[in-house]
Design a protein around this ligand. Structure first.
Ligand code: HEC
Ligand code: HEC
Length: 638
């Protein structure tokens, strides 16, 4: 039996070494689709045509008019080569910038009724087939809002699992500090699985992602309280005096319930990325970004590399996946002291290591400083402070810049921006013939759509005042309060490696070409109430429902499936053709708005589907055929 002893000894050694390796190396995994698993592997010619980006100007390699000296990363030039594009693609699918700590350890996204074993079980049940909506069994009973969920209930997560994948798209997992942690990457929202082929559509929105419910199911959703509603939390967040003697933290259980109830009202496919304390989740847009500047529904990302696309890509994890980062801005943005703000987020943290205990008499910032995984920068994600910190600016609208250690400054966000500009939607499955589409193109001109949706990318790049476009106005002014903390548009040279020394000199980002009134509209600054940018119309086939609030939604049955209340709230997906009909048909739209307005759930989250009243119907002298041709044309835009 000597060999048995030897075998056992060898196995033991393997386990010990393996165990140590797992602890030290913190292995991680995210799904990145190989080319043959992608439906739209054809790309735009952006990268071939563009050698450099210089603050949003595309410069071909052969162009002579540019002064070569200014084409250095020191001065803000970004060289677009294969290496950058690959880095960008990898980051888009895999990079979490460490947001596992916020999502798993603090928010407890897989600590409540939704657990990793249950998610794994749901994926195994697919037997490799893939899905556009992973249905997961709840691990225990829970009550959210007025609704009771039972252990074993199947919930629609909206998470997408490509054919043959072992984890959902955009949900990287990591083994760290002795536990499995999940994070989130761009692909959770900006890539989706094609229902027919179960292949990945890169850049198409995951329009049934149930982000609100997933967060409501977390044990400390309150960590994300600034993405909910002042009205709903009023009772718990009474303004306090500056002294901080008495932190006066809200009752964690009651606060958690109030926050959960708001999140559970978000329609699938919407996400509230703004911290204005108004519950106004906006629809996840597509990432077919080339020529679609300025970025964000209100067009607030307009300056810097790639015409603001880097600034937007930065904002995602610099603000949206780590609420702790806003602690310094909390008094101005939320009227809550920094200490109370940190206390609210940490008092019920899922992992005891991060759980703040007021009875120990320590201030929340002192407690947090001891376990901060990224000392010296706000929050827990891998960031650097922008040169204007604590002020925000046009290229860092939250004052922070996301950047992993060891990478050059800006490399990851610039890579993601450049790569997104190569994405192109697959052909939509429409049956219209060429004559119809041609007629539709003429109607598009005759109806005046082209005055705003002009040029190759179907946009004049303008932000239209909310009073003029008349769509639901709340998201337009979501960034209003940043006016009090707005600073100069500075960044760092793209040559320095992170972390870099405090002595690194900032560089100025040119903004002279931007129109002041447009900046005001994008941020709701000055006397404006904000506005919405004219979005590109490329890929409409893949992006129903329509408008920033996603309210223009009609399902397969044009008589019954009206509004978000008649579609996504009932587990039915919007149909692109019927939804576009509701966009341009006055009578049908009135029914859609009526349906949305009659839902208290949608009223609370400001989803309405109103405005943008550019009718192409009998009221404006167009025939049924002309309307149909216009819709076919819109769906054919790629
Ligand atoms: C949880 C879902 C979610 C994740 C994850 C996410 N986004 Fe978004 N994204 C949104 C929403 C919602 C908006 C609209 C925000 C607004 O303006 O109100 C948006 C807007 C955008 C836009 C603007 C598009 C346009 O045409 O104006 C870009 C670009 C973008 N996201 C890139 C990214 C990148 C890059 C990542 C990863 C670093 C990412 N997003 C991660 C939900 C998400
Ligand atoms: C005055 C400028 C203007 C005109 C004219 C205009 N649009 Fe728009 N369009 C916008 C703006 C701004 C938005 C975004 C509004 C929002 O989301 O709140 C928009 C949004 C859209 C969307 C939704 C895109 C999405 O991804 O949700 C479609 C489709 C669209 N327009 C088509 C048309 C058609 C068709 C016409 C002509 C019948 C037209 N537009 C006329 C400015 C305009």
């Amino acid at each position: 039996m000597k060999w048995l002893k030897w075998m056992l000894l060898i196995l033991l050694i393997i386990f010990v070494i393996g165990g140590i390796w797992i602890y030290v190396a913190e292995p991680r995994y995210a799904y990145v689709p190989p080319t043959f698993k992608i439906l739209n592997s054809e790309k735009t010619d952006y990268a071939e045509k563009t050698g450099y980006d210089l603050w949003g100007d595309s410069i071909g390699l052969s162009e002579k008019k540019w002064d070569r000296d200014s084409l250095t990363p020191q001065h803000g030039a970004v060289k677009i080569d294969d290496q950058l594009l690959q880095l960008g693609r990898k980051a888009f699918y895999e990079e979490t910038f460490g947001n596992e700590v916020f999502l798993t350890d603090i928010m407890g996204i897989v600590d409540g009724a939704l657990t990793i074993p249950q998610i794994s079980k749901a994926i195994l049940k697919l037997k490799g087939k893939g899905t556009t909506n992973l249905k997961v069994e709840l691990a225990k009973d829970v009550e959210i809002g007025n609704r009771k969920y039972k252990k074993g209930d199947l919930i629609d997560t909206g998470l997408d699992v490509p054919k043959g994948a072992l984890v959902p798209l955009g949900m990287p997992i990591r083994f760290s500090e002795g536990r499995i942690k999940v994070g989130i990457s761009c692909a959770a929202c900006h890539a989706t699985v094609d229902p027919a082929t179960k292949r990945v559509i890169e850049g198409a929105p995951n329009s049934d992602l149930n982000a609100g419910l997933l967060m409501a199911l977390a044990t400390n959703s309150a960590a994300y309280f600034t993405h909910t509603d002042r009205e709903a939390l009023k009772e718990y967040l009474k303004e306090e005096r500056e002294s901080n003697q008495e932190l006066n933290l809200p009752d964690p259980e009651k606060l958690e319930k109030a926050v959960d109830a708001v999140f559970a009202n978000w329609p699938r496919g919407n996400f509230d990325s703004t911290i204005d304390f108004v519950s106004n989740p906006a629809q996840i847009p597509d990432s077919f970004t080339l020529g679609d500047h300025p970025y964000g529904w209100s067009g607030f990302a307009m300056a810097g590399p790639f015409k603001g696309l880097s600034a937007f890509s930065n904002n995602v994890h610099a603000q949206n996946s780590d609420s702790l980062g806003q602690a310094d801005a909390s008094p101005v943005l939320f009227g809550i002291s920094k200490e109370k703000y940190l206390g609210i987020i940490l008092q019920n943290a899922a992992n005891p290591k991060y759980r703040y205990q007021p009875e120990k008499g320590e201030m929340p910032s002192a407690f947090f400083a001891k376990l901060d995984p990224t000392p010296g920068v706000p929050g827990v994600n891998e960031m650097v402070k922008s040169p204007s910190y604590p002020k925000v600016n046009l290229v860092a609208p939250d004052g922070l810049m996301i950047n992993s250690k060891g990478y050059r400054f800006g490399e990851q966000v610039n890579g993601m921006a450049a790569w997104q500009n190569t994405l192109k939607p697959p052909k939509g499955l429409i049956k219209a013939d060429k004559t119809t589409v041609d007629l539709g193109r003429q109607i598009f001109q005759r109806a005046g759509c082209i005055s705003c949706h002009s040029g190759n990318h179907f946009t004049n790049h303008r932000v239209i005042a909310a009073e003029v476009i008349k769509t639901e106005p709340s998201r337009a002014k979501a960034l209003k309060k940043t006016e009090k903390i707005f600073g100069d548009t500075l960044t760092y040279p793209f040559t320095v490696k992170v972390p870099f020394s405090d002595e690194t000199s900032p560089i100025r980002v040119p903004i002279e070409h931007l129109d002041d009134r447009q900046i005001q509209l994008a941020y709701g600054h000055g006397k404006t109430e904000g506005g919405y940018k004219v979005p590109s119309l490329i890929g409409l086939y893949w992006t129903a429902p329509y408008l920033h609030d996603g309210g223009v939604s009609v399902g397969d049955d044009i008589r019954q499936d009206l509004g978000i209340s008649g579609t996504l709230l009932k587990g039915k997906n919007p149909d692109p053709y019927n939804s576009l009909k509701a966009l341009v048909d006055k009578e049908l739209r009135a029914k859609v708005i009526q349906a949305n307005k009659s839902s208290p759930q949608l009223r609370q989250v400001h989803v309405e589907g109103g405005g943008h009243e550019y009718w192409v119907d009998p009221t404006t002298g167009f025939t049924k055929e002309e309307q149909e041709a216009l819709i076919s044309y819109l769906l054919s835009i790629e």
